[in-house]
Design a binder for this molecule. Sequence first.
Ligand code: FE2
Length: 233
Amino acid sequence: MSISIRIQVPMIQSNPVIDCTLDRHAHILPGCDHGSDSLETSLRQVAMAKAVGITTICATPHFYPHKETVASFLTRRQYAYDELRGSLTDDDPRVILGAEVLICEGMEHLDGLHSLCREGTDELLLEMPFYRWTESMWDTIYTLHEMEDITLIIAHADRYPPKDIERLIQEGISLQVNVECILKLLSRKRCLSWIKKGYAAYLGSDIHMLGKGYRDWEKCKKLLTRCLSQQKG
Ligand SMILES: [Fe+2]
């Protein structure tokens, strides 16, 4: 009988940095999901991002594995991206491709899983459900986390129960946080603590249509600058 023991090592970076010029989570591809209903909306979103100093936007349309294949998603995403790219200028933020992938059991076997990662990386932005996470979901997380060609990033970690996030941190799994969580007093302390300890690697607007994501970005940037510089001092 073999017994496997999971060794838990919290991830700690000595120099926590969060890049405020990168929007790691955004729904800006026209017609690709409910994030943008038209090219006009997408261009307004890009203009808002540019105005707050974002130089790279990772477009992360929703991918629901129970609804479509990876191949079909990639075709739709490319079509929407081409439409947007044709209207961007050299002065606009660079738009790169990714996906917000909803967890499903057995997804480690999905054909083309790696092509859902952020362009040029092995980072997979994983969305969890807003109901209780089952143990089989945890098994899927562990399996994905152990895959050599996948680095898990948990989307908008601020929206999930703290005890689940603590468990992810113990596993050394990186978090992405939305700007709104740093502005809200109720969640600020928790999110700042993740950033300071290096657990939250990425900031995202999670922009849908002309929502608050980019309006909050500037305030969030100032708050982060102040808090992280206090930590160094
Ligand atoms: Fe999202």
